[in-house]
Design a protein around this ligand. Structure first.
Ligand SMILES: C[S@@+](CC[C@H](N)C(=O)[O-])C[C@H]1O[C@@H](n2cnc3c(N)ncnc32)[C@H](O)[C@@H]1O
Length: 231
C-alpha cells in the first residue's frame, strides 16, 4: 500500500472529489455492478426518516444518498466539503438545500438533528473519531446514527477474491469509465486500510454513542452501523 495515497490532506480529498463529481454516480453504479442501489435502500430503511424530522446527510456528495429522505417528507440537509460535488448535486437535485461544511467542524448547532447519516464518506475523513464526535454533538439525545461504509467481507475465501478484485481490477476498470482513475486507486487502498466491522463499532462507542450494532450487506462488502445518542 502506498501511504502517500492514504495520507491525503483534506484539501486534496476535496479536490479529488471535485474531479470525479460529473461521473461519480455513473461510475459507482458500474463499479458496484448496481449494488449501490440496494445498499442505499438499506440505509434509508435504517434511518427511517419521518415527515418533519431533521436529517443530516454528511459527506452527501451529489445528494444521491440524501434524496430519499426528502422523498420521505423529512427535512434533509446534505452537507459536503467538495464544492465540485455540491455544484453537480445542486444541478441534479435543485430542491435539496446543500450546505458546504467539513465533517470535523460541522456548521450546525448542538442537538440540531433527529438523525445523522454518512454513506461512503467516513473512510475519507482524516480523523474518524473526531467526525463521530462531531456527529454526536449535532444529534439530539435519543437521536440516531447510521453509517454505511465499505467493510471486510466475512467469508475468508471471498475476502481474498475481493481484495484481488479491488487491488487489481478496480484501477483498470476505473481507467476505462472514470474521469479521474486515481480517485479509484485511492478507493481500493482506503478500503483495504479501513477498520473491520467490530473495530468500527468500537470507534463509534468510544465517541460516546450507545446501542451500537451493525449489519453486513453483500456479505460484508458494505457494513451498516447504527447507534443512538444516549439520552
Ligand atoms: C464517496 S462520496 C459519498 C457521497 C454520497 N454520500 C453517496 O453516498 O453517494 C464521499 C464524499 O465525502 C466527502 N468528504 C470527505 N471528507 C469530508 C469532510 N471532512 N467533510 C465533508 N465531506 C467530506 C467528499 O467530498 C465526497 O463527496
Amino acid at each position: 500500500m502506498t501511504r502517500a495515497q492514504l495520507d491525503r490532506q483534506p484539501h486534496e480529498v476535496a479536490a479529488m472529489f471535485d474531479g470525479v463529481a460529473e461521473r461519480y454516480d455513473l461510475t459507482n453504479d458500474v463499479l458496484s455492478l448496481g449494488q449501490t442501489r440496494a445498499w442505499r435502500r438499506a440505509v434509508v430503511r435504517a434511518v427511517d426518516a419521518r415527515p418533519g424530522q431533521r436529517i443530516l446527510d454528511l459527506a452527501a456528495g451529489t445528494g444521491t444518498s440524501s434524496a430519499p429522505f426528502a422523498a420521505a417528507g423529512a427535512q434533509v440537509v446534505p452537507c459536503d466539503f467538495s464544492l465540485g460535488m455540491l455544484r453537480v448535486g445542486k444541478q441534479r437535485q435543485p430542491a435539496l438545500s446543500f450546505v458546504a461544511g467539513d465533517a470535523l467542524r460541522l456548521p450546525f448547532e448542538d442537538a440540531a438533528f433527529d438523525a445523522v447519516t454518512i454513506s461512503f464518506g467516513l473512510r475519507n475523513v482524516q480523523h474518524t473519531e473526531a467526525a463521530l464526535a462531531e456527529l454526536l454533538r449535532v444529534t439530539r439525545p435519543g437521536g440516531r446514527l447510521v453509517v454505511a461504509e465499505f467493510s471486510h467481507p466475512t467469508w475468508a475465501l471471498f475476502r481474498t477474491v475481493y481484495v484481488e478484485y479491488l487491488m487489481r481490477a478496480l484501477p483498470a476498470i476505473a481507467r476505462a469509465v472514470a474521469s479521474n482513475p486515481e480517485a479509484y486507486v485511492y478507493l481500493a487502498e482506503s478500503v483495504r486500510a479501513w477498520p473491520d466491522q467490530r473495530r468500527l463499532a468500537a470507534l463509534i462507542a468510544a465517541a460516546g454513542w450507545g446501542q451500537v450494532g451493525w449489519r453486513d450487506l453483500s456479505a460484508g462488502i458494505v457494513a451498516l452501523h447504527r447507534a443512538v445518542r444516549p439520552g
